[in-house]
Write a protein that binds this ligand. Structure first.
Ligand SMILES: Cc1cc2nc3c(=O)[nH]c(=O)nc-3n(C[C@H](O)[C@H](O)[C@H](O)COP(=O)(O)OP(=O)(O)OC[C@H]3O[C@@H](n4cnc5c(N)ncnc54)[C@H](O)[C@@H]3O)c2cc1C
Length: 402
């Protein structure tokens, strides 16, 4: 059943083409495929390869480097469709890094690094899937990172520990955030942080990197790791952008990325809602379909209304990004969209479980998986509280609490 939600915002010709192309690829991967990936924890390599071969990892890479040269207006459609067509938030997360690590590279990498890597990224031959920012003592407070990179001749030597680094097992490179100047020695905590592109094969050859998988209860087939880094030597020409300005380089594309995460939440919510509506129409109890009871119908209608509203904010934000509004205004769109979309996805998934009665927790009906993922969307990549902090401080002008 196709709930008419994905037509709630008019699409441009280009957005429609993106939608059709992604739907074509997703059509080869049915619910059973995703259920099995979740049960075995096996990365969806064939699905990811199909997207890569069709050039989707170069969606944000400029045409001059062999990419599609598209923008947030197209990536919201791409990621929403990937999630909504059966794979949920986890399927979108399986490829999210491949699309988004290209953004700081396009903007800040040296010309030689761009020429070396971007055409291969766009062709799907080189995968840059992993982004290492979070540390055991630095999650929401990301400027508290302690991973240190010291310059030694024409190399940097890196020591530290990252946590929750996702897809590092499926990646050729890791985009790593490290302190090049200690926090005590910089005027503002956001300074003295730098961005490096780490060749993971080289890091393994050096014996300078060790990965410990984190067992988790959502997005089972997208693996996250604790990454121990000990004396890792990174050539100085792998510094991305300016030394000490890495945090600002990361912030640069953050609002656009947050809008795309909102679209991934929406796709999951739509998937849960469609599954629930279909079941509500088929399951007969007390001589009729359960969906005729308003106690069943209203939570689904409410989820529909909330998804529509969140979708409007997300797509308006993507349009605003394309027209080049200032960062504060874009930040208001991005944080409101992410907050609303994660909550809407959660309520849709919760209603979907309830609609299924006891089958709501049976793996073969999928909704329990959507529910676990929807819970995760309230935590990553930014928690709901931190999104509200941004809105309170920047949109409402209230004092900062931290
Ligand atoms: C499955 C998964 C995949 C991930 N993948 C990656 C990845 O690939 N790369 C990467 O770098 N990171 C990744 N992360 C990390 C993720 O970005 C962090 O978990 C997230 O930013 C929250 O940080 P934290 O877990 O340290 O929570 P904390 O910062 O410890 O926060 C704990 C709680 O306190 C609340 N809180 C803290 N400060 C405030 C405040 N000032 N006001 C109100 N509330 C507050 C938070 O909202 C939260 O509810 C991933 C996480 C998960 C779970």
């Amino acid at each position: 059943m196709d709930v008419p939600l994905r037509d709630s915002v008019p699409l441009s010709e280009r957005q429609r083409l993106v939608r059709e192309s992604i739907r074509d690829i997703c059509a080869d991967y049915d619910d059973a495929y995703w259920r099995e990936r979740a049960a075995t924890g096996e990365y969806p390599t064939d699905f990811v390869d199909d997207l890569a071969e069709a050039g989707w990892f170069g969606v944000l890479v400029p045409e001059a480097y062999g990419g599609a040269g598209m923008a947030t207006t197209e990536t919201v459609v791409m990621m929403e469709e990937i999630a909504a067509n059966g794979g949920g938030f986890a399927a979108a997360q399986a490829v999210h890094g491949a699309v988004y690590t290209s953004v700081p590279l396009v903007e800040y990498a040296s010309e030689s690094l761009k020429e070396e890597l971007l055409p291969a990224v766009a062709a799907g031959e080189t995968r840059i899937q992993a982004f290492g920012l979070t540390e055991p003592n630095a999650g929401s407070e990301s400027t508290a990172i302690e991973t240190r990179a010291r310059r030694e001749g024409d190399e940097y030597v890196v020591d530290g520990e990252k946590i929750w680094t996702s897809r590092v097992d499926e990646s050729d490179h890791l985009l790593l955030v490290a302190r090049t100047t200690p926090r005590e020695a910089v005027e503002k905590a956001t300074r003295g942080i730098s961005l490096f592109l780490v060749d993971l094969a080289d890091a393994r050859d050096q014996g300078a990197i060790e990965l410990d998988p984190i067992e988790k209860t959502a997005s089972e087939f997208v693996h996250s790791y604790s990454v121990h880094i000990d004396g890792l030597r990174v050539p100085a020409d792998r510094l991305v952008g300016e030394e000490g300005r890495g945090f600002y380089h990361v912030l640069d594309g953050l609002n656009e990325e947050r809008l795309v995460i909102a679209a991934e939440c929406l796709g999951l919510g739509e998937l849960a809602l469609e599954t629930a509506v279909e079941y509500a129409g088929e399951r007969e109890v007390f001589g009729g379909p359960i969906g005729r009871n308003q106690a069943v119908q209203h939570p689904l209608a409410e989820a529909y209304a909330r998804l529509r509203a969140a979708r409007g904010e997300t797509y308006r934000g993507a349009e605003a990004a394309a027209t080049g509004v200032d960062r504060e205004r874009l930040g208001a769109y991005a944080n409101a969209a992410k907050y609303l979309a994660a909550d809407a996805a959660f309520e849709a998934a919760d209603a979907a479980v309830q609609t299924h009665g006891g089958f709501g927790v049976a793996r073969e009906y999928d909704v329990e998986r959507y529910f676990r993922e929807a819970r995760l969307t309230r935590l990553v990549p930014v928690t709901q509280e931190l999104a509200l902090n941004f809105l309170g401080e920047n949109a409402l002008g209230l004092p900062r609490s931290y």
